[in-house]
Design a binder for this molecule. Structure first.
Ligand code: BGC
Ligand code: BGC
Length: 662
């Protein structure tokens, strides 16, 4: 714990945007000392009970909702009772930061409840200070509203605070699933929460508790695995992000989590659609209620009841029941049965639902019909990155026309406000930067390195090829041997990720090998002479992608190895006595023919920035303990293939993983 120590604000009355002095210090001190002047934009249409005083200048300073000693539900009820319809709808609206940048006063005008940074939507420069200054500047606009309701700022911290250059970059979830270590997953999530909140955002759109049933899905690596029980065990990530007690959320090292994407997103049907060849991402889960409950819904029950996840993001995908209804797919954004009857009523979810990015735009009908269908199905907050003003206007009209009940609006807003009170935002709206110096620290990166080592899965090891020895002459080749961008994958600094070194700090796998061995030759395309080497290490794999862009069949994606990878294996394994192949990819690739050419084969997944962890197991510093979180297919055509299938005949079964010790 890093207790926050407020300092005196000096004579400064109001925090200034862009100041290196933290907004938090000023805001906190101001609240304590009563030094903050009344926000100028507030009170324009202030109600008669707006008792702003000289000693506490916040709007409605004496109102019960301002009283941190009162129970959260009491504060929610008090605040809700003071809100106009427009203010309530504003709370239900989330815009992209870039969309409000040209006119930041719209945060005040619309009374926006939330902003997000989409993948790669970062301040310039992309530094912790600039992030915190940016979030605080938006926050200032929210605090200038009549009731001074603080903003909630969300970001996709899905493997560390991955939009921030210099953050600790953990392996993607599939690798974390391979560790089978919930404590480690929790620790990684704690670090993610610490680094995220120290730069402003108080909300992470994580973890994905998707159960991947077909690794042709471009989001496979966001899943902890194909077994709902494994995914459920890894929900320790929620504890890491949020803490375990309600009061933990107010800590400067915790964030609100979001279990996503509810539900069935990893279980959609592969096929050909009328618009293209890929239908996995944002596709249709064709299932009966029993299978859906057992596979897709299962992780949400403990996510809600045991881990008390604060928010849940409904999926872009649809569900098509084979045992009920009219057999037509229904988008999750408007799935009343699943959002309201099952998730909220039956499972007891008392947090709020956040729609996915423009997801409601995929619903049938005009915009008003889309908004109405989703609100009435149970959606509470709307990620409308570029359409916030239109959303606000539309929803107000729908309520006024009686097509959306006021009680539904009150329910949604209560859920959102409850989260804001729990996060302590009314007391400390500005960024507490006291943990900023831990971002990317050696201690944090050591945890990432440990996670990398524990996630490596040894699939073949003949003749004691592994572990490698320090004294051996090692020849390293392959596209993913020395490429930080490739080993981190999508959702790293940018949405899709990008190849190459230099986008963010870290250690490549080659760099890690060089920490252990003295005689290393590196030749990416294996063009350098191979003579005189004891061991060849060929690092094959994928290049970065995110979401549907990585679906097999989309943009040339395939599970097959590239021609260059195969050529490197042929050349190095053909020439050097002992040959080790590492696969750096977001999912299993087809290696059925190549396996025989290797002495050892390791699945490295997408390890992130700490390539040293890969080398640690290669050289036996730590033993191989990783187990496959998904079934490894013999061919692309074998997908979908999952443990428990009849006629289960994969290349490597679910849970497989050898150990190699010195
Ligand atoms: C993704 C979500 C993500 C959101 C915000 C969507 O495209 O499906 O997982 O949280 O964008 O970036
Ligand atoms: C954003 C992502 C978002 C995606 C949705 C991108 O432009 O950066 O955050 O998930 O759009 O399509």
């Amino acid at each position: 714990m890093h207790p926050h120590t407020p300092r005196t604000p000096g004579t400064r009355q109001r925090r200034r945007t862009g100041s290196r002095l933290t907004g938090t210090l000023l805001a906190t001190a101001a609240l304590l000392a009563g030094a903050l002047t009344a926000p100028t934009a507030a009170g324009a249409d202030a109600s008669s009970d707006d008792r702003t005083t000289a000693t506490d200048p916040r709007p409605q300073a004496q109102a019960p909702y301002r009283n941190a000693k009162l129970p959260v539900d009491r504060r929610v009820a008090d605040l809700l009772g003071r809100m106009t319809l427009a203010e309530k709808v504003g709370q239900m609206t989330q815009a992209e930061r870039a969309a409000v940048d040209g006119d930041r006063d719209q945060i005040t005008r619309l009374g926006l409840g939330s902003l997000l940074s989409g993948g790669g939507s970062t301040p310039k420069p992309n530094t912790p200070e600039a992030w915190a200054d940016m979030v605080d500047a938006y926050q200032e606009k929210a605090l200038a509203t009549r009731l001074g309701i603080p903003l909630l700022y969300g970001v996709d911290s899905v493997h560390g605070h991955n939009n921030l250059v210099g953050a600790t970059v953990f392996p993607h979830n599939m690798a974390m699933g391979a560790t089978r270590d919930p404590q480690l997953v929790r620790r990684a999530a704690e670090i993610t929460a610490t680094e995220t909140r120290a730069t402003g955002p108080q909300w992470a759109f994580a973890p994905c508790v998707c159960v991947v049933r077909d690794v042709r899905w471009g989001r496979s690596y966001e899943s902890y695995g194909e077994d709902p029980d494994l995914v459920t065990r890894m929900e320790s990530a929620i504890d890491g992000l949020q803490g375990t007690r309600p009061e933990d959320l107010a800590r400067p090292d915790r964030v609100l989590a979001s279990a996503k994407h509810f539900a069935g997103d990893g279980d959609t049907e592969y096929g050909t659609s009328t618009t293209g060849t890929y239908t996995l991402d944002q596709g249709v889960t064709v299932t009966d209620h029993e299978s859906f409950n057992r596979i897709d819904l299962a992780p949400y029950v403990p996510a809600v009841r045991k881990h008390h996840v604060g928010t849940i993001m409904p999926s872009y995908s649809s569900v098509k029941w084979t045992d009920a209804g009219d057999g037509k797919p229904v988008k999750m954004s408007a799935h009343k049965e699943l959002l309201t009857d099952v998730l909220k009523s039956k499972i007891g979810f008392d947090g709020f639902l956040i729609s996915d990015w423009e997801a409601i735009h995929q619903l049938p009908g005009d915009y008003a019909a889309q908004v109405r269908a989703s609100v009435n199905a149970g959606m509470d907050m709307f990620m409308e990155p570029y359409a916030a003003p239109k959303f606000v206007e539309t929803l107000i009209k729908e309520v006024e026309a009686g097509r959306v009940e006021t009680s539904r609006i009150d329910d949604a807003v209560s859920r959102i406000l409850r989260a804001k009170f729990r996060l302590g935002l009314f007391e400390k709206p500005y960024t507490d930067r006291s943990n900023a110096d831990t971002i990317g620290s050696p201690a944090h990166r050591a945890v990432a390195r440990e996670a990398v080592a524990k996630s490596q899965v040894l699939l073949k090891n003949s003749g004691g090829a592994l572990p490698l020895k320090k004294s051996q002459k090692i020849y390293v080749a392959g596209v993913n041997a020395d490429d930080l961008g490739n080993q981190a994958g999508g959702w790293t600094v940018t949405w899709q990720g990008q190849s190459g070194n230099g986008h963010f700090p870290g250690t490549t796998i080659l760099g890690g090998i060089k920490e252990h061995a003295e005689q290393v030759t590196y030749s990416q395309d294996a063009a350098a002479p191979t003579e005189g080497n004891d061991v060849g290490v060929v690092v094959v794999g994928e290049t970065p992608y995110a979401e549907g862009m990585g679906d097999v069949g989309n943009g040339g994606h395939t599970l097959n190895l590239s021609a260059a990878d195969k050529a490197n294996i042929d050349r190095v394994c053909g020439a050097i006595e002992t040959c080790v192949v590492l696969d750096v990819a977001g999912r299993p690739q087809i290696v059925t023919d190549e396996l025989a050419k290797t002495d050892a084969f390791v699945m490295s997944w997408l390890p992130g920035a700490e390539g040293g962890g890969v080398a640690d197991v290669l050289f036996g510093r730590t033993p191989f303990t990783g187990k496959l979180p998904v079934t490894w297919p013999r061919s692309e055509a074998q997908e979908p293939i999952n443990v428990g299938d009849t006629d289960y005949d994969p290349l490597f079964r679910y849970g497989f993983g050898l150990s190699a010790r010195r």
